[in-house]
Ligand binder design. Sequence first.
Ligand SMILES: Nc1ncnc2c1ncn2[C@@H]1O[C@H](COP(=O)(O)OP(=O)(O)OP(=O)(O)O)[C@@H](O)[C@H]1O
Ligand SMILES: [Mg+2]
Length: 595
Amino acid sequence: MTKRSKPGRMAEFERYAEGRHHWVAASMVGSAVSSVLSVVPFYYIWKIVGEALDAGDPDVMIGYGWSAMLFAVLSISVYIASLVVSHFAAFRIAKNMKKTLVEHALKLSPGAFDDEGSGRIRRVIQDSVESTHEFIAHNQPDLAGTYVLPFAIVALLLVFDWRLGIAALVPVLIGGYVSMSMMGKSSMQESMTEWQSSMADVNNKAVEYVRGISVVKVFQQTVDSFQSLKGSIDSYARYCQGYTEMARRPMTGFFVLVNSCVLFVVMFGVVIVEFIEGGAVSNILISNVVFYAVFTPLISVLMMRIMFSSDQTYRVDDALMRVNEILSMKPLEEPSVPQMPESFDVRFEGVRFSYSDDLAPAIDGVSLELKQGTITALVGPSGSGKSTMAGLAGRFWDPQEGSVSIGGIDLREIGSGNIRSLESFVFQNNRLVKGTLLDNVRLGRPEAGPEEVAEALRMAQCDDIVAKMPDGLDTFIGPGGTYLSGGEVQRIAIARAILRNAPIVILDEATAFADPENEHLIQKAFEELSKGRTVLLIAHRLTTVRNADMVCVMDHGRIIESGRHDELLLSEGKYRDMWEDYQRTLSWKVKEVSA
Ligand SMILES: Nc1ncnc2c1ncn2[C@@H]1O[C@H](COP(=O)(O)OP(=O)(O)OP(=O)(O)O)[C@@H](O)[C@H]1O
Ligand SMILES: [Mg+2]
C-alpha cells in the first residue's frame, strides 16, 4: 500500500465533505486550543501553592482557584464543541462516501457482484465508512490536541522557573535524540510500514482461514493445514521479535532518561540553591521541583502517542484505497438511445471472453443461436464455461471479442435497462432477501398484487412451501425467518421468474438438490416457466435436457458437440460418455436405496 500524503488524504475527504471540510480543520484547531487551555489551571494551582507556602492572602488564593476552574471548564467546553463540529463533518463525509459508493455499485453490471465481489463491496461500504467516521470524528481532533499539548507543557515549565524548566527538558531531549539516532528515523518509518504490511497479511490470511473453517472442521484438519496463515503468523512473530530486539536498548535508554528527570530537577535545584541563591531553600523552589517531577514524564507519554498515531492513518488510508478501488470499477457503457428488439432469439457470434487480462479465456470463440420459443441446454464439466455463457447472455460483462444479440440487436445497443426487462434469471445459488415470501417473489415484478404472486407460486409448484408458512405469504423467510431448503429456494426463484413474465429465461440449474421429490417439482416448475419462451438451460442432471430442442456440450470454453439428445447419443462423442456415466450414477442411487 502506498502511503498517502496528508494533503492527498484531506483532498479526498474534501470531495465528500460538501463544504464541511473546513469543519474538520476547525475541530482540530478547537482541540489544539483546548489542549493549551487545559494546562492553564495548573498554572493557577502552582500560584495557589506558592501563595500558601508564603502564607499569602486567602482571597487571592480563592481568586486563583476560580480562575483554575474557569479554564478547566473552558478547556472541556472547547473540546466538546470541537468534537461536535468534527462529528458534523464526519457524518456528512461518511454519508456522502456511502451514497457515492452505493450509487456507483448500482451502476455496475451484475458481473461485479459474483460471490466474492458482492461480499467485498458490502464490506468496503460498511468498514471504510466506519473507519472514515472514526478518523474524522475522533482521531483527527485528538491528534491535533496531542501535538500541541507537549508545547503547552514546555511553555508552562519555562514559566514556572526557566532554569528548572531547562533542567527538566535536558533528559527528555537527550533521550529523544539518543533513541532516534540509535534506531534511525528512516528505519523507524520502514519498520512501521513493514509492521503494517505484515499485519495486513495476517488479517487477509485469517479471513481466508475463517471462510474455509467449515471445510477444515468437516475434514478434521488442524491449523497446520492452513500453511499460509501459519506462515504469515510466524513471519509476523519473527518481525515483532526482531523489532523488539532492535528497539530494546534505545527505548530502555529513552525511558530511563525521561523518568530520571526528577533526579535532574533535584540536582539542578541543589545547584541553584548552592550557587545562585546562596544556600537558602525557598518554598517556591520546593513546589517547583514537585510540579516538574509530575509534569515532565507527561511529555514522553505524549511523544509516544504521536509515534503510534500512524496506526490510525494507516487504517484510514487503507479504507480510502479500497473505496477508490470500487469507484474505479467501470460500469458498462450504456447506449444513448436504447433499442428494443421485436423478436427474442438470442445469438452468440464468435464470442471470446476472459474474466481478466491475465486469465485464460473462459469462453473461447463460441457461436450459438437460441431460437425464439425453444429450449437450448448447455451441459459439460465443471468450469467449462456454462455459467459464464449465462452471464454473457444477460450482459453481466461485454465479451472482448464477438457479440451477443437479442432479435438481431447487439446487447450493447439494447442497454442494461431493457435487457433486465427482457430476461428472467434463475441462478445456480439463488439468494433470498430479508423479508416475507411475498416480498421475495415480488422482486420479479414489484407492482404485482398478492393474487398474482400466489398464482406464480402455484405454477412454480410451491403449494407445499406456502402450506407450511404460518402466516401465509406474509411469513418471514430466509435469514432469521422460516428455513427453506436449497430445492425450495430454487422453486421460489422460479416463481419469481414466472411472475416477471419476460420472453427470455436463463436457468442455471442447481447441483445440490438430489432429493427426488424436489427434483421432480423443480422439473415441473421449470416446464411451466419455459412455456413459449426462449430458454437457456444449464443442466447438471442430464434427465432435464432430454426434452431440450438443442443440447450443446461445452468443454474448456468451447462448444464441442451440439444437437438433439437422441442425435448426440448416436454420434458416440463426449455427450454419450457423459450420458452413460450419468446412467451409472443413477443406477448406483437406485441400488443404494434398495439396499
Ligand atoms: N468471477 C470469476 N473470476 C475469474 N474467473 C472466473 C470467475 N467465474 C468463473 N471463472 C472461471 O471461468 C471458467 C468458467 O467458469 P463457469 O462458472 O462458467 O463454469 P461452469 O461451467 O458454470 O461450472 P459449474 O458446472 O461448476 O457451475 C472457470 O475456469 C472458472 O474458474
Ligand atoms: Mg456454473
